[in-house]
Design a protein around this ligand. Structure first.
Ligand SMILES: Nc1ncnc2c1ncn2[C@@H]1O[C@H](COP(=O)(O)OP(=O)(O)OP(=O)(O)O)[C@@H](O)[C@H]1O
Ligand SMILES: [Mg+2]
Length: 370
């Protein structure tokens, strides 16, 4: 089988992961050209154009915009419309439902900058939402505006852009509450300078939170009221999920310059089928009930199973994706708890995979991993 050579992409960028506004700069520019609808103050595009960018619909001039989000158009419309109001947007959902992905693309399309980001962790401090100080300057000159180090949220306020807060519910509650002033007053008071930093028009916040992970600090109801919540669901149909995995694997393969052919759609279909069946606790035809493993088996993990399979195939395998290449990834994704999950996985292999037409190779490859 002839292998395609790894070809550096036209942009010659050596950055491992480019920001959305950079990677999709051409699409954003093309959309802006045909976008004659009204734009909210400081928005780069109209709400209609932002949704077009997200869903990847062809433009009137024939330009093909690539789809970023696969799923309900209405959800994206609600998300974008929210950002044009004075309420902030909370993207909620189980892991791997594209919350971070959508938030990045929204910020890129609306503000042309997806980098004003606060990563919520148990250690996130108030300074990440308000401001900090350059201590050398502070000691030398006292509190001055030069010594003040604005947070990403404050920078977004000054510029009238979108700030992103990732994993909002991982932040300690008192830090979460700092956001209340920002969102309701639209200003950050700076008592040390006897001043404040008011938000320019166009400023808003997109937060993400997932409702599955441990160590979650519930949102206070005061904060909840300041957000419109959009719940991102797991892909409805297998076809949708296959499309997502295929697209992401293709683009990751390009970014990593993997010397490989397009990942075989049939292998992707099998990985997605395994994920969906185990997640749903029943086979596709609904005839056999299954036990679900402890992990979440999200679309994001299906993407990484196929992606590492492609890397194995390219460097050590036959150049095209086979059952052997996905077997170790699949086993790793399913077996998170070495005792319980092994039982679930083995039962699934014996009762479903072994018996399914044309799946013998996958059965054998997975059995070898156990
Ligand atoms: N509906 C979808 N449309 C397009 N891509 C999707 C969809 N669902 C998942 N993905 C893909 O899954 C990957 C993971 O998504 P992302 O990291 O945004 O998940 P998340 O919801 O933030 O998860 P977590 O809760 O773990 O942070 C991304 O590469 C994204 O492209
Ligand atoms: Mg995320």
């Amino acid at each position: 089988m002839a292998k395609k050579k790894a070809s550096p992409k036209s942009d010659h960028s050596s950055v491992l992961r480019r920001h959305a506004e950079d990677q999709f700069a051409e699409e954003l520019a093309e959309i802006a050209k045909v976008d004659d609808r009204q734009r909210p103050p400081n928005w780069r595009l109209s709400p209609w154009a932002v949704v077009t960018y997200l869903l990847g619909e062809p433009l009137d001039n024939g330009f093909q915009v690539s789809p970023k989000y696969v799923g309900s158009r209405r959800l994206m419309e609600v998300a974008v419309a929210t950002l044009a109001t004075d309420r902030a947007l909370l993207l909620l959902g189980v892991p791997g439902t594209a919350k971070t992905w959508v938030s990045e693309h929204l910020a890129a399309a609306i503000s042309g900058d997806s980098t004003l980001l606060v990563q919520g962790t148990a250690g996130t401090a108030e300074e990440a939402i308000r401001y900090g100080w350059n201590y050398a300057l502070l000691l030398a000159k006292g509190p001055t505006s030069e010594a003040l180090v604005p947070s990403p949220v404050m920078t977004a306020m000054q510029r009238g852009q979108i700030a992103r807060v990732e994993e909002l519910t991982r932040m300690p509650s008192d830090v979460q509450d700092t956001l209340i002033t920002v969102l309701s007053e639209k200003t950050v008071p700076i008592p040390e300078l006897g001043d404040e930093c008011p938000a320019e028009k166009g400023f808003n916040v997109i937060a993400t939170a997932n409702n599955r992970d441990k160590g979650v600090n519930e949102l206070s109801s005061a904060l909840k009221r300041r957000f419109n919540t959009v719940v991102l669901p797991p892909p409805k149909t297998a076809e949708e999920e296959i499309q997502i995995v295929e697209q992401r694997v293709a683009s990751l393969g390009r970014a990593l310059e993997l010397p490989s052919e397009a990942a075989a759609i049939e292998e992707i279909r099998r990985v997605v089928t395994v994920f969906r069946e185990l997640r749903d606790g029943a086979t596709e035809d609904g005839k056999t009930k299954l036990k679900s493993p402890s992990g979440t088996l999200s679309t994001a993990e299906a993407i990484s199973v196929v992606n590492s399979g492609v890397a194995l195939a390219a460097h050590f395998g036959e150049g095209h994706l086979t059952a052997t290449d996905v077997a170790s990834g699949l086993t790793g994704a399913v077996v998170k708890d070495p005792v319980q999950d092994v039982i679930v996985w083995r039962e699934y292999l014996e009762t479903v995979v072994k018996e399914r037409d044309g799946w013998k190779d996958l059965y054998r490859a997975c059995r070898e991993q156990l």
